[in-house]
Design a protein around this ligand. Sequence first.
Ligand code: DC
Length: 220
Amino acid sequence: MGYNVAVDGPAGAGKSTIAKLVAKEMGYIYVDTGAMYRGLAIHFLKKGVDPEEKEAVVEACRDAEVTIGYEDGAQQIYLNGENVTGMLRTEEVGNMASRTSAIPEVREKLLELQRSLASEKDVIMDGRDIGTNILPDADVKIYLTASVETRAKRRYNELKEKGESCDLEEIARDIKARDERDMTRDVAPLKKAEDAVLVDSSDMTIEEVVGRICSLCRRA
Ligand code: DC
């Protein structure tokens, strides 16, 4: 069994930024499980599947294979052998991932991949149900969150930096809707594991959050 650190929290809390830095500092492999759901979402979008039609989503799962690899230490997502990493981070893909991840068969499809990575390697794995469901015996569990306003502002700045036009209120609305979906679904909803350490990054710098998490972990 590898040394396992689980990081869960809502969209835009900074999980991937923080987990990548902790991985580098502590010598772990970073596993982004949201990217796996996003990889499957690309498959559903390509096939024109309606996320509300559960049967169609389950059927579409049959000819999708999501695998993971690393290039220069950066996680790559392959969908049926094609590297789709560059296509993962759009709102369209995020929304499709959020909707379809509520379907048990979709979660089932990715569960083994996630558990087997953690059993072989020292990992820091981020997602929504890592501490509660995927790795209930993780060595360290973190619930990383921030206020809706802070998360919306971060996303707004990120998009502005990329030169994309965006609206702060619309982003905040989208974040709230995503929180609601992720937290209220029947299977593996987002919630803090009882034994997870709560880290609210609203008023913390990235360095402070990384330092706080590293102080709880053992070096690989
Ligand atoms: O972290 P992210 O924004 O890349 O995740 C995209 C969606 O995937 C998110 O809205 C919910 C889903 N997800 C999940 O249900 N369980 C995980 N462990 C990771 C992501």
